[in-house]
Structures are given as structure tokens and as C-alpha cells.
Design a protein around this ligand. Structure first.
Ligand code: GUN
Length: 272
């Protein structure tokens, strides 16, 4: 497998995950009552099955009780809302998620808003105290590696509610100068912003959108949220091996950080 570029002392994401999991395992082992986490799944696509398998595996490894509730793909919105209401009121359940995407008869926004903010470990509800797992996982890792944020130029490409916007918010909270670019930004502008960026987060979903035409500071940190599947495997939104200080790999990068942040969110709800 191709190695990703790492010119400095950054701990690789795999090493970081291993270290952090050991810490969480120790913490959970000391809990008299283990956290209870539920996944509701209606879809049957391969990507969702793989995500759900990964989340169940992580939970088992850490000692979190996890249960999968599988519903038929033809389940109505009313039936799903009834189950959500039951889980919201079940004292034995600390946190739960409804795996997205949902079948077309169900409105995703309605479902995100129906999950109690107190149990919303995805961090999707506007009143949730927790952040969405992808931006939270990225920040946890960058902070662990001692990345400096204050006064740095951070560029986020993508403005989704679950990655781009909360990512920008978290970077702003750390006093970065944040610019959010998106699908309507011209390449000319993208080249210009990225050339001056210290931290770049790309979450667009377009294979190698950021190619070798882009210039970077040698000290730049590139975070690739893209997972684009084609006949040759999985690819990020950024061409690998850009000449920068650090670039997250795809696969084996942000996806793992997201999964870890989900488990950390479950624990945050359980902690007193
Ligand atoms: N589908 C893909 N990613 C996610 C996620 O982070 N949470 C949920 N609920 N569904 C997803």
C-alpha cells in the first residue's frame, strides 16, 4: 500500500487511533455501567454496511455496549419516528444514531431533528452539545499533534452542514483566519487561497479536485475528507503526496478519525 507523505514528527493516524483507543479502553474498563449505544439502519448499501460494521467493531473493542436495530428499507417515516421516540425515552440508551443516507420516503432533516440533542452522538441536531464527528475527529487529531491554530490561515472547501460548516466553526473557535470555499468558487480563486493556506480541509467528494496545479506552502497541513470510489479503489479529493508538511491519507485517514470521534461522543454523554 502506498505510504503517505509525512516529512515531520506527526504521529500517523493509525498510531494515534491505537494510542487513543488504549486510553479510552482503560477509562471504560473502570466504569461500573458501560455506555449503551444504538445504531438504527434502514439502508442496505455496501458503504453503509461497511460503516456500520466499523462502528460496531470499534464499540466492541472499547467495551461499549452497541446494538444494531435493522429496519426494512420500506419503513415509513412515521414508524422510524416512533422508534426514535422510544430510544429518546429509553433510560438504558445513552446515545444513538440513524445511519444515513435514508430511503427516499424519509426526510433526513426531520429525522435529525427528532433525535433528542441529549442522545445525538452524531452531533447533527442544532441544539446538540456535541460536534459532528468528522470535524471533531480532525480537530482532536490536529490538537494532539500540536498544530498551531492562532492567527493561521485555514481554508475549508465544502459547506455541508455535517463537515464544512462545523469544521469552519471549530477552526474559528481556535482563532484561525477561516475561509470557506465551495462548488461555486472559481479555480482561479481556489489557487489563490490555497497558496497562502496553513491548514486546508477538503470535503467536496470529487476525486483529486486538488491536483498538481495547486501550489502550497511547504509548511501546509492538508486534511482530505473525500472518499471517492472507482474501479481502482478509494481516492481522496486531494492528489496524494503533495509537497507539504503533512497530508492525511485516503483510505486510512479522516474516516478513522470520524469513527473514533463517534465513540468519544458516546463517552462524553455517559460521563457525569
Ligand atoms: N452515513 C455516513 N456517515 C455517517 C455519519 O457520520 N452518521 C450517520 N448517522 N450516517 C452516516
Amino acid at each position: 500500500m502506498r505510504q503517505f507523505v509525512c516529512y515531520n514528527a506527526f504521529m500517523t493516524i493509525k498510531e494515534y487511533i491505537k494510542t487513543r483507543k488504549e486510553e479510552l479502553k482503560t477509562e471504560i474498563a473502570l466504569m461500573k455501567v458501560k455506555p449503551n449505544f444504538v445504531i438504527v439502519q434502514l439502508n442496505e448499501d455496501d458503504a453503509s454496511n461497511a460503516y456500520v460494521r466499523g462502528k460496531l467493531k470499534d464499540a466492541a473493542e472499547l467495551g461499549i455496549n452497541a446494538k444494531l436495530i435493522k429496519l426494512d428499507i420500506s419503513t415509513s417515516e412515521a414508524e422510524l419516528l416512533k422508534l426514535i421516540d422510544k430510544l429518546n425515552n429509553d433510560k438504558a440508551v445513552d446515545g444513538f444514531i440513524v445511519q444515513m443516507p435514508l430511503p427516499k420516503q424519509i426526510n433526513e432533516e426531520t429525522i435529525k431533528l427528532a433525535i433528542s440533542p441529549d442522545k445525538d452522538v452524531d452531533g447533527f441536531h442544532p441544539l446538540s452539545k456535541l460536534n459532528p464527528c468528522t470535524p471533531q475527529g480532525i480537530m482532536n487529531y490536529l490538537k494532539h499533534e500540536g498544530v498551531e491554530f492562532l492567527g493561521k490561515n485555514a481554508v475549508v472547501i465544502g459547506r455541508s452542514n455535517i463537515v464544512g460548516k462545523p469544521m469552519a466553526k471549530l477552526l474559528l473557535k481556535e482563532s484561525c483566519n477561516v475561509t470557506v470555499l465551495h462548488s461555486k468558487t472559481s479555480f482561479e480563486d481556489m489557487y489563490r487561497y490555497l497558496e497562502n493556506a496553513d491548514i486546508v480541509v477538503v470535503a467536496v467528494g470529487r476525486k483529486f479536485l486538488i491536483d498538481d496545479k495547486f501550489k502550497f506552502k511547504p509548511s501546509a497541513i492538508l486534511v482530505d475528507v473525500g472518499i471517492n470510489r472507482d474501479e481502482n479503489g478509494l481516492h481522496g479529493d486531494i492528489l496524494p503526496e503533495r509537497p507539504v508538511k503533512f497530508q492525511t491519507p485516503v483510505p486510512g485517514g479522516v474516516g478513522l478519525l470520524t469513527r473514533l470521534a463517534l465513540m468519544e461522543n458516546v463517552l462524553k454523554i455517559k460521563r457525569p
